[in-house]
Design a binder for this molecule. Structure first.
Ligand code: SF4
Length: 669
């Protein structure tokens, strides 16, 4: 018997209209867990680097994490994976809500889509009945409208529906897949869905999920719920409210936006607005939120209520919003929250990523202001900033006029526009991923996360280690007194000794070794979550979460019937992490791509930054070009990956784990 997972994937060939229920190999669960891990393995095996994002051979996988649908709180994540049209690398984007649990209850761990349908279709999964159905009547409908139409048509008011809007249909490179209470919004995976002519997947299940050792598993789940209650009453003192509790940052519950509005960059990530947050602004924005927010919402089996239903007009579908997407349109357009929440309704219906879309629109306006684009490129565009944003959104999702160029995102649009537009696509990492903020000063941990993180967006690998030191030693010691989450005691000391100023402040402290360990710990936690399907909000993201490296092995073992301890879990995570990296390396990702934007912080330390990267690569078992070494891959049971890299001439015969001194090839000066 299989535990926690169903042991079956749904393989759908959209070209031929063929559907198969395929039993999976339990050995792969032992090696990779599930979710991101087994998604990555499928990509390695089936999607060679010669296949590009819009080729029919590109897969689009909806993979529910290993523990999704079990009683473990917040285990509801579906990892959507494909080759991203935006980065041309392996892209994965997590969505919460109810889709993953419904898929598991219907009897499947993943939906694996290949090929392209000749007509617009949707997929209906209802336990053993699975059908590809015509979706001509849904063409042009919004994501929320489509979901509503499908629930009515299927007479299943509780079916989970993942759908694309106009942006996905028109293959906008930052098109999202929306799912009511969550979305897979980053990296343009909605464009791949649109390219496959798949408008939506609707799923409803009513089967059981087996737990291997409920007598161990359920008490752990109950303890976590008790701890969540305790933390509700005991927020962490001395940190900003959005970081004091659990869950995703509680943007929908709080009104104080001083930190985001004054520290994140406005427009096309250019401008900080110190002193913006006044009493008057605070009052106005609170009023907007109180008027438009109809209720707070949770994902499946989670008490945290991180999202909110937003209703801007009773004639339009209300939509779910959470986290920093509350502010991205507002800040992109230099407007206010009322505008931000209104345009986000349209953007959610069209299905675009709330990070990339507003920044791309601000980028277009910057090009217009500086004469690189002209008024002729924007025929009929209104004069006011808000009107311009609506006009741009409409043209982008339809790929009309200049919207066709902008629909490729800032990097690719700048390449098409030329005339120096590249300088305006200034806030990207790995060439194409647009960042929302700029740091004031080099922080070595964030430097490493920006450079090497292969999850989209830095905020998705930061986590359990505080983002900044607390002002006094007493406060820091108070924090570490109750901090069993750390891998070992050294982490407590690094935090206790970390000062705001002086010798023990950034960039000198924490030292290189400590920084590597801290970054690695945080990334490890995220990779575990992305395989189990646990929400980062109760594990890898907040300070002092209920789930951590010391209790997750027991939860995974008791849930899935695997024998996992901290050491094996660490090894599995590293295997998955290096497999993701190897996929991207075969697709051309190199050290040159692993640098923050030039203007990301005021003072740069080129030599120090280069040494940090050298040391971190070595720490990770990668050579100085950032490529996992043969020894490292073989030690992770990824010998077949090493063989492939050798055959492709990416690794060289006899190349083990070189020391920093062994080679300087590829190191930027
Ligand atoms: S912590 Fe928040 S985002 Fe995460 S599962 Fe719970 S409600 Fe959803």
């Amino acid at each position: 018997m299989r535990y926690a997972e169903t042991g079956f994937n749904l393989e759908v060939d959209l070209t031929r209209g063929n559907i198969e229920r395929v039993a999976t190999d339990p050995k792969l669960t032992e090696l990779h867990l599930g979710g991101l891990g087994t998604n990555a393995k499928l990509f390695w095996d089936r999607v060679p680097p010669e296949v590009s994002h819009f080729d029919p051979e590109n897969l689009l996988i909806f993979g529910a994490g290993l523990l999704v649908g079990t009683p473990a709180p917040s285990c509801n994540r579906t990892v959507v994976s494909s080759i991203s049209p935006q980065t041309r690398l392996f892209g994965f984007s997590m969505m919460g809500g109810f889709f993953g649990p419904e898929l598991k209850l219907a009897g499947y761990d993943k939906v694996i889509l290949r090929g392209k349908s000749p007509n617009l279709v949707y997929l209906w999964i209802h336990n053993d009945e699975v059908e590809i159905r015509d979706a001509a009547h849904l063409r042009g409908l919004g994501t929320l409208e489509s979901a509503e139409a499908l629930r009515m048509e299927l007479e299943e008011p509780n079916a989970a529906v993942a759908s694309i809007g106009l942006a996905g249909e028109h293959r906008v490179f930052f098109a999202s897949i929306e799912q009511g209470r969550s979305s897979a919004s980053r990296l343009g995976l909605g464009a791949v869905m649109g390219d496959k002519n798949l408008k939506a997947i609707a799923v409803k299940g009513s089967k059981d999920i087996n737990i291997a050792d409920p007598m161990t598993f359920l008490p752990l789940c109950n303890d976590s719920l008790k701890y969540i209650k305790h933390r509700e009453k005991n927020p962490i003192p001395g940190v900003m409210p959005i970081l004091a509790g659990l869950g995703s940052p509680q943007e929908m519950a709080i009104h104080d936006e001083k930190w985001h509005t004054e520290n994140f960059a406005w427009g096309n990530a250019r401008v900080r607005r110190k002193g913006f947050w006044t009493e008057e602004v605070s009052e106005k924005w609170t009023n907007t939120m109180e008027t438009m927010r109809t209720r707070l919402l949770s994902c499946y089996n989670c008490p945290m209520k991180c999202g909110a239903a937003i209703s801007v007009d009773t004639r339009l579908c209300s939509y779910m919003m959470k986290c920093f997407s509350k502010l991205t349109y507002t800040m992109g357009a230099f407007s206010d929250l009322d505008f931000g929440l209104r345009i986000a309704q349209k953007a959610t219906e069209h299905g675009v990523d709330a990070f990339s879309a507003p920044q791309t629109m601000a980028f277009a306006l910057e090009l217009l202001e500086d004469g690189i684009l002209t008024a002729d490129d924007f025929p009929g565009m209104p004069e006011d900033n808000e009107g311009r944003f609506y006009w741009l959104l409409d043209h982008i999702v339809r790929r009309e006029g200049i919207g066709d160029v902008l629909a490729d995102g800032t990097h690719w649009a700048a390449e098409r526009i030329g005339k120096g537009a590249e300088e305006y696509a200034h806030n990207c990492i790995k060439k194409t991923e647009q960042l929302p903020l700029k740091l004031g000063m080099l922080n070595q941990m964030y430097f490493l996360m920006y450079c090497t993180g292969e999850k989209s967006n830095i905020t998705q690998i930061e986590g359990n280690f505080p983002q900044a030191p607390f002002p006094t030693r007493e406060e820091r010691e108070e924090f570490t007194r109750d901090w069993p989450h750390v891998p070992d005691e050294r982490f407590k000391k690094w935090f206790e000794d970390w000062e705001l100023r002086g010798d023990h402040s950034i960039p000198n402290y924490p030292g290189a070794e400590a920084s590597y360990e801290i970054v690695n710990w945080q990334e490890k936690m995220h990779y575990i979550d992305d395989c189990t399907g646990m929400c980062a909000g109760l594990s890898s993201f907040p300070y002092k979460p209920p789930f951590h490296i010391h209790n997750l092995p027991t939860l995974i073992s008791a849930g899935a019937g695997l024998e996992v301890d901290e050491e094996t879990l660490t090894r599995i995570t590293k295997r998955n992490r290096d497999l993701v990296r190897a996929i991207n390396i075969t697709r051309g990702m190199r050290r040159e791509d692993e640098k923050p934007p030039d203007d990301h912080w005021k003072k740069r330390f080129p030599e120090f930054e280069s040494q940090l990267l050298d040391g971190y690569y070595e720490f990770k078992g990668w050579n100085l070009k950032g490529i996992p070494t043969r020894d490292n891959l073989e030690s992770l049971d990824l010998g077949y990956v090493a063989e492939d890299l050798l055959e492709r001439g990416i690794l060289e015969e006899g190349e083990g784990t070189p020391t920093v001194e062994a080679s300087n090839e590829g190191v930027p000066s």
